[in-house]
Ligand binder design. Structure first.
Ligand SMILES: [Cu+2]
Length: 210
């Protein structure tokens, strides 16, 4: 009944109407929560946190993302005056590696100093700060790192505390680092394949039935 070009247009409209809810679910999965602050741990095998100086508001979530390295790392908070040693009421991730995450909810705007307690990583400069003091020079990250060099042995709390450990959220955000552990299925990649299959099936069905 309809001219072929109109039939084609109607078919396309129909297909996109059907597919739009599926296509809309393909949005990027990163930064769903704007208050999440990612901090890379041991990126490219370096003994570092990146960024190592970060501003955060109360309620923000620090997401420490552990990357592959020569050894597992940790993140521990502790007072400025005793580098490489934990403080009370802080956080300790335990020893984590590729694809692990450790999320800490910020509860203060005071400076939060932190370090890695593995081996001599703290002494080698694997340190960082959240909300660095505005008034230098007495409390800078450089000074914390300098003092850390003289610490005989880093310390950590007896058990994981002050945050939530996760796994598998790192790989999608960094193509530069291959994951060590299997990434849980059910993510974007899998649903993309499913959506593509549905789309092809609908095209065939509609055109044939018209
Ligand atoms: Cu480390």
């Amino acid at each position: 009944m309809y001219p072929s070009f109109l039939r084609f247009t109607l078919t396309l409209t129909f297909i996109f109407t059907l597919l739009s809810p599926i296509l809309c679910t393909q949005a990027p999965t990163t930064n769903l929560t704007p208050t999440t602050i990612p901090i890379a741990v041991g990126l490219h095998g370096a003994l570092s946190f990146s960024p190592n100086s970060t501003s955060a508001s109360v309620g923000d979530i620090l997401e420490f993302r552990f990357f592959n390295g020569s050894a597992p790392h940790s993140v521990v908070s502790g007072p400025f005056g005793t580098p490489c040693l934990p403080g009370s009421g802080g956080f300790f991730s335990g020893y984590l590696e590729g694809n692990d995450t450790f999320s800490v909810t910020v509860t203060t705007t005071d400076p939060i100093w932190y370090y890695c307690s593995a081996h001599k990583h703290c002494q080698y400069g694997m340190v960082g700060v959240i909300n660095p003091p505005v008034k230098a020079p007495n409390s800078t990250l450089a000074q914390y790192a300098m003092a850390a060099k003289g610490v005989a042995m880093a310390g950590a709390p007896p058990e994981v505390t002050g945050g939530v450990a996760g796994n598998g959220s790192v790989a999608a955000s960094s193509s530069a680092v291959a994951p060590v552990k299997p990434v849980p299925t059910g993510g974007v990649g899998r649903s993309s394949i499913a959506a593509g299959g549905v789309g092809i099936w609908i095209v065939g069905g509609v055109v044939g039935a018209w």
